[in-house]
Design a protein around this ligand. Structure first.
Ligand code: F6P
Length: 357
């Protein structure tokens, strides 16, 4: 296959996050400008491959999207060609791939998207993966784009909560996203000046959280608590918001901030309020850091396609892009390590992690 006849598909799968459009732009422009490839956008993730929905992408189509949130291609949480309402429709999808004449696919997504995408390589559609998630919880990459934008929203929310907490002498609980990893709450909490940061990797002692709030009731008069949706007490489980049977990730967490509020109210004089930030963390314009990271990932993915490095996912190692086999990433989670230096930073500054004394 000569470079100029290269035809590459690109899709965004799973939940959206700020920076997806910057990757689409990065991949498209790099492929067009460096190897003269043709690029086709598949709409709504793997659903577009099932429903045969795609459109050509060129430099004009991706102009002006660098700082736009969401994804111009749309995405889908549940679509899986290997189990579409329980039926394997991958042969039909491959017919569509052959009709389009795709030589390769760039799949931008999380662990679920990666594991589905990688199954197309042996069927004749080689894949390059690009990691995305606000949760920053994908293995082998030090950062995922979208995370910095989510952290910025958490920090901004804490700054706003601080002034009202101080005015009323209240305890303000801010619940962040992040699934089973505490990255968003940890970095967002540090950036926003939280007094207590509770993350899934460090089950919290409710009595310790109460003790900190009582002490602050006397001294500072108010407390800011940043709690990850996956945080749990030492003697309890995570709070599940809903079960979604068809989703590759069937559990949605959420609600722990309200549970904590109810528990604290029984022991404190101050009033307690909870804010669940939810999807505000996923929407809107990516930060400049995320725009640059997403652009670099797009550029590197295009290089990998041009060099025939398939079955691999772009990662950030140190300050450089590199790649790892997709199977090393699929269905795995990167948690905050036991002795991560940010935990030390937090406790050294007097931030409580709610740890048992
Ligand atoms: O993985 C990204 C994420 O935003 C998680 O932080 C959150 O738990 C989940 O997705 C929410 O999923 P949904 O958009 O399906 O409610």
């Amino acid at each position: 296959m000569s470079s100029s006849s290269l035809h590459v598909g690109i899709l965004t799968g799973g939940g959206d996050c700020p920076g997806l459009n910057a990757v689409i732009r990065g991949v498209t422009n790099s492929l067009i400008k460096t190897v003269g490839a043709r690029v086709t956008g598949i709409e709504r993730g793997f659903m577009g491959m099932i429903e045969r929905r795609s459109r050509p992408l060129d430099s004009e189509a991706v102009a002006g999207i660098l700082n736009q949130g969401g994804t111009i291609l749309g995405t889908h949480n549940f679509a899986n060609p290997f189990s579409c309402n329980g039926v394997d429709v991958s042969d039909k999808v491959m017919e569509y791939v052959r009709e389009l004449g795709l030589d390769a696919l760039v799949a931008i997504g999380g662990d679920g998207t990666m594991s589905i995408a990688n199954r197309f390589t042996p069927l004749g559609l080689p894949v390059v993966g690009v990691p995305k998630t606000i949760d920053n919880d994908l293995m082998h990459t030090e950062r995922t784009f979208g995370f910095d934008s989510a952290v910025a929203i958490v920090a901004e929310a804490l700054a706003r909560l601080e002034t009202t907490a101080r005015s009323h002498g209240r305890v303000m609980v801010l619940e962040t996203m992040g699934r089973y990893a505490g990255w968003i709450a940890l970095e967002g909490g540090l950036a926003g000046g939280a007094d207590v940061i509770l993350i899934p990797e460090k089950p919290y002692d409710l009595n310790e959280v109460i003790r900190v709030c009582k002490e602050r009731e006397k001294k500072q008069g108010y407390t800011l608590i940043c709690i990850a949706e996956g945080a749990r007490p030492i003697d309890g489980g995570m709070v599940v918001a809903k079960h979604l049977e068809n989703s590759p990730d069937p559990i949605r967490l959420g609600g722990v901030g309200n549970v904590l509020r109810q528990q604290l109210e029984q022991h404190l004089e101050s009033e307690v309020r909870t804010t669940q930030l939810g999807h505000v963390q996923r929407g809107g314009t990516p930060t400049p850091y995320d725009r640059v990271l997403a652009t670099r990932f797009g550029w590197y993915a295009a290089k990998m396609v041009a060099n025939g490095e398939f079955g691999r996912m772009v990662v950030l190692k140190g300050d450089e892009c590199a790649s790892v086999p997709i199977e090393d990433v699929a269905n795995r989670t990167r948690n905050v390590p036991e002795n991560h230096s940010l935990l030390d930073v937090a406790t050294s500054l007097g931030v409580s992690l709610g740890l048992p004394a």
